[in-house]
Design a protein around this ligand. Structure first.
Ligand code: ATP
Ligand code: MG
Length: 420
């Protein structure tokens, strides 16, 4: 062990388990790619004001969880706590929205940083795959994204995830509701901090997890009773589209999201096997965000799925992913001459597309064969001085244990044939 440990609230992804992480990322990305979303990558840090304005000063993310620092040059930056604001900033900066090709559909994958109280499923460094469809107000788009997330979870073999759905209204109806909710909340018995929250972000109070708070919230006015006609019709259409696609969802009239910029459609993916960190992903429509960060009106919708918690959800459902072994052939040289010959052969196999690993470090037969088995390879290629003198190598099938001699000149063709 070294003197150092991974920082609090973080953990390392290590082989072989890290393969599951890659597979989860890939499974979430695949349906997006197939649906016309292009890959976008933005920096891991941004001007702190982008998040202050784009996520909202009154959110926990900005007020409590952000890693903020000043550079030697005097810039105030923050490690990204989420990526929607960054993605929109990048799209606006590069004028992707101006090609007459709306919506701009992009997906991303990467690290996010939040200074949280670490617990199982809640880390200070975690990973999301996200998708954003920027510049169109179309219930089909909201439905498409929810369907694609559901498809991703299903393709991984998850069955116990649920979709919670709500509408947060828009500029017309939300303020009316907000005022009604504030009136209601001011009459409750709440602590100092929550009372302050009533004034700056009352919808967030609905999201309070404490039981004594939830008890008092029974009878709180609900947004669905305040939706304007346009929002009601929009929401109804999203619901119908999901139903028509056979994607089950639950109406959750108290579902709000921690971010200020959400409007209309809002949703969360939860998994019941995860205890209190049950949200595996979330998203919604954010029609006002572009203007909040100085851009034109660009109604948009998106989601972010947590990779860490999706992996935990797989564990909770005991789903084992069918991950093909990465190595097909493992070369085991015995002696100096064999090292050179097999090293060259490994290169040749790799160039012809066959995943090949090698027993480095001049190891003995026993140890090298152990590594060969551990690698998951189908075949071992073994050669000693005598084999080479006869112009051959030994090919061992690691599943059946069968071994046979093979002429050096035929190795690549024969292995190709065996691996199909
Ligand atoms: P929570 O209510 O659990 O704090 P959130 O609303 O803050 O979640 P979002 O900002 O919507 O989460 O992020 C989308 C997804 O990213 C979450 O559903 C979750 O899977 C994941 N996520 C968020 N914060 C963390 C974290 N600290 N550690 C691991 N995953 C996280
Ligand atoms: Mg959070």
């Amino acid at each position: 062990m070294s003197t150092f440990k991974a920082p609090k609230g973080t953990y390392d992804l290590l082989p072989p388990d890290s393969a599951r992480f890659l597979a989860v990322r890939e499974a979430i990305a695949a349906p997006l790619r197939d649906a016309g979303y292009g890959y976008i990558e933005t920096p891991g840090f941004e001007d702190v004001q982008l998040f202050a304005r784009g996520v909202g000063e009154s959110t926990d993310i900005v007020s409590k969880e952000m890693y903020v620092f000043t550079t030697k040059g005097g810039d105030q930056l923050a490690l990204r706590p989420e990526s929607t604001a960054s993605v929109l900033r990048a799209v606006l900066e590069s004028n992707l929205h101006k090609g007459g090709n709306l919506p701009v559909k992009v997906w991303y994958s990467g690290s996010q940083y939040r200074y949280e109280r670490p617990q199982k499923g809640r880390y200070r460094h975690f990973s999301q795959v996200g998708a954003e469809a920027i510049g169109a107000e179309d219930p089909l788009l909201d439905a498409e994204l929810i369907i694609l997330a559901d498809q991703a979870y299903r393709s991984l073999g998850l069955r116990q995830h649920r979709i919670l759905l709500n509408s947060l209204g828009d500029r017309t109806c939300r303020p009316v509701y907000r005022a009604a909710l504030q009136d209601f909340l001011r009459g409750l018995d709440l602590d100092e901090e929550t009372r302050r929250r009533i004034e700056i972000n009352p919808l967030r109070v609905l999201d309070d997890k404490r039981e004594d708070v939830q008890k008092q919230l029974v009878g709180a006015p609900l947004l669905r009773d305040y939706l304007c006609e346009a929002c009601r019709a929009y929401h109804e259409e999203v619901r119908e589209l999901l139903t028509a696609e056979g994607v089950a969802f639950e109406d959750d009239p108290k579902l709000v999201r921690g971010l200020d910029y959400y409007t209309r459609t809002t949703f969360e993916f939860v998994h019941d096997g995860l205890g209190s960190q049950s949200a595996v992903g979330g998203g919604g429509r954010y029609d006002g965000l572009s203007e909040m960060i100085g851009g034109p009106a660009l109604p948009s919708v998106g989601w972010a799925l947590g990779v860490d918690r999706t992996v935990l959800a797989l564990e909770a459902e005991s789903v084992t992913l069918d991950l093909p072994a990465t190595t097909s052939v493992y070369a085991v040289p015995l002696g100096e001459q064999a090292r050179k010959v097999l090293f060259q052969m490994a290169g040749e196999l790799r160039r012809s597309g066959i995943a090949t690993d090698f027993a480095f470090g001049g190891r003995g037969l026993k140890g090298a064969m152990k590594s060969a088995n551990r690698s998951g390879a189908r075949l071992a290629l073994i050669a000693g001085e005598r084999d080479l003198a006869e112009g051959q190598v030994q090919l061992k099938d690691l599943e059946s244990g069968e071994q046979s001699a093979l002429a050096l000149t035929e190795v690549v063709a024969e292995i190709r044939r065996l691996l199909g």
